[in-house]
Design a protein around this ligand. Structure first.
Ligand code: SF4
Length: 492
């Protein structure tokens, strides 16, 4: 029996389908962030139902699929007009339709997705549903994908019809029908055989990162964690070309022709591990600095369904910042802000930022476009705090010397993200991050904040403390990186 997810899995890679059916123990278990994506999808799915209210739901929990199929049939015969999770089976394929509307002219299928755009994999998903229903003899008038409209900005109330975009994909879904029977036959034959010999390729990452990657890449092909696939700013197609030519480790690459300056540095530093420091360029960067320097770092989270006025789906909403003020004599002063849980944090954050950061000081951020973007959005949303724009224009990016490869350490492995730069330059800080409790990275902070108001007082207190400690360490890390740059131009 095929489900629609097994069918789309097979389309991504037949071997992935084979593993799922015959060797599931080698597939990776979804991590917390993947599970959060599933939860979000469920919430969006539930909300989208209110576009088609008063429907009856075939409940997923309990009961066999045969019972769900029989219940669907019965409700269709009873003349129900909307069924959620309507269940059908045809040609060995079982599908559950997110929302099925039964109108005088026929059936209308709606597949709900939490993303903000229409993707090819969704069309395949709807196509297999169409195949099953039309195979059973139902007349399908339209097949649709319902997804989030990222252009939407919430007003006082949440306007469901504006939050979602409905795209009629009937035409393309009908065109897809012809290929389905042969595909199903091919899948069945493949499943009867031995594990397929399929080369790794772009299908391992697209449309989803395959849960067979650890098995196919690390176990079967012994591809190390750091390999030609980590060559920075090289398109995936080219990375695979290198691999197919027989290169796995960077040091194996013979010719540097065709690689950028940064990629050459990355390859050469594997062949002969050395720290590269362009003192002149770093001195130029440091000469721009004026004291005191305000090291700033935000933590943000997102809401797929905007909870407060002026927010768009998946917008980065700042809820916390840390500020280390560095004086010329080396003194440090720390300020911080953590929003009240369960409330819109933006206005208070805007006000506090203006209180903490004077208009005429140098502000430093790592990957400054993010901090500038957050500040500009706050200024747009709260015009009374428009002077925040001056602060945004005073931001200088600490990432510049690393992005330009003026400072390169082999341990950075081609990356200029602070996660790679910090342990390479200031290894002792790695331990400080490991010693943190509860919150160790931005992803955890992002997941914790929206849950704070659901925690009991004791747990909430612990998590708030952990959030503050984590964010504080981020700006302290910036101070240490800057110190290291200063040291680098002094030592010969
Ligand atoms: S990792 Fe790649 S080759 Fe292996 S099953 Fe997944 S998609 Fe197929």
């Amino acid at each position: 029996m095929f489900s629609k997810s097994l069918y789309t899995r097979g389309l991504q890679c037949p071997k992935s389908l084979w593993l799922k059916k015959n060797k599931p123990e080698v597939l990776s278990i979804p991590d917390d962030s993947r599970l959060a994506v599933f939860d979000n999808g469920d919430r969006i799915g539930d909300l989208a139902r209110s576009l088609f209210p008063s429907g009856k739901e075939i409940r997923f929990d309990g009961g066999s699929f045969d019972e769900k199929i029989a219940q669907t049939k019965e409700w269709l015969e009873d003349g129900e007009s909307v069924i959620y999770e309507a269940t059908f089976q045809y040609d060995g394929v079982l599908v559950m339709v997110d929302i099925l509307c039964i109108r005088d002219d026929g059936l209308h299928l709606y597949e709900v997705k939490s993303s903000t755009s229409l993707k090819d994999v969704y069309l395949q998903d709807v196509s297999i549903q169409y195949y099953v229903l039309s195979g059973l003899g139902y007349e399908i008038k339209s097949a649709n994908v319902v997804h989030i409209d990222s252009e939407y900005t919430r007003g006082e109330e949440l306007e469901i019809e504006k939050l979602f975009k409905i795209q009629d994909v009937s035409e393309i879904v009908r065109e897809n029908q012809q290929a389905i029977p042969q595909r199903l036959q091919d899948f069945r034959e493949m499943l009867r055989g031995n594990e397929p010999q399929i080369q790794i390729g772009i299908q391992c990452l697209n449309p989803y990162e395959c849960d067979g990657c650890h098995y196919c890449w690390s176990e079967q092909r012994k591809i190390p964690d750091y390999s030609v696939f980590n060559l920075a700013r090289l398109p995936w197609k080219k990375r695979f070309e290198l691999y197919y030519e027989g290169f796995v480790r960077l040091e194996e690459i013979e010719s540097l022709d065709g690689f950028s300056k940064g990629q050459r540095l990355q390859i050469l530093s594997q062949k002969d591990p050395q720290i590269h420091i362009d003192r002149e360029k770093i001195a130029e960067f440091l000469s721009m600095l004026r004291y005191p320097i305000y090291h700033l770092d935000f933590e943000t989270f997102q809401q797929s369904i905007p909870q407060w006025k002026g927010i768009s789906p998946y917008e980065q909403i700042p809820f916390q910042y840390s500020l280390h003020i560095e004086y010329e004599d080396g003194r440090l002063e720390h300020r911080e802000f953590l929003a009240q849980e369960g409330e819109d944090p933006r206005e208070e954050m805007a006000r506090k930022l203006l209180e903490d950061i004077p208009q005429d000081v140098m502000v430093m951020a790592y990957n400054a476009s993010f901090e500038r973007g957050v500040i500009h959005r706050l200024a747009d949303e709260f015009p009374q705090y428009s002077s925040l724009r001056q602060i945004a224009s005073n931001i200088i990016d600490l990432m510049i010397p690393f992005a330009n490869k003026d400072y390169y350490h082999p341990k950075m492995q081609g990356s200029h993200s602070i996660k790679k730069v910090l342990p390479a330059l200031v290894p002792q800080m790695d331990q400080a991050y490991q010693n943190l409790e509860l919150v160790h990275h931005g992803g955890e902070a992002m997941e914790v904040f929206p849950r704070l108001h659901l925690m009991d007082e004791e747990l909430k207190h612990k998590y708030k403390k952990a959030l503050l400690e984590y964010c504080k360490l981020d700006t302290l890390a910036m101070v240490e990186i800057l110190r290291e740059l200063r040291r680098a131009i002094k030592t010969e």
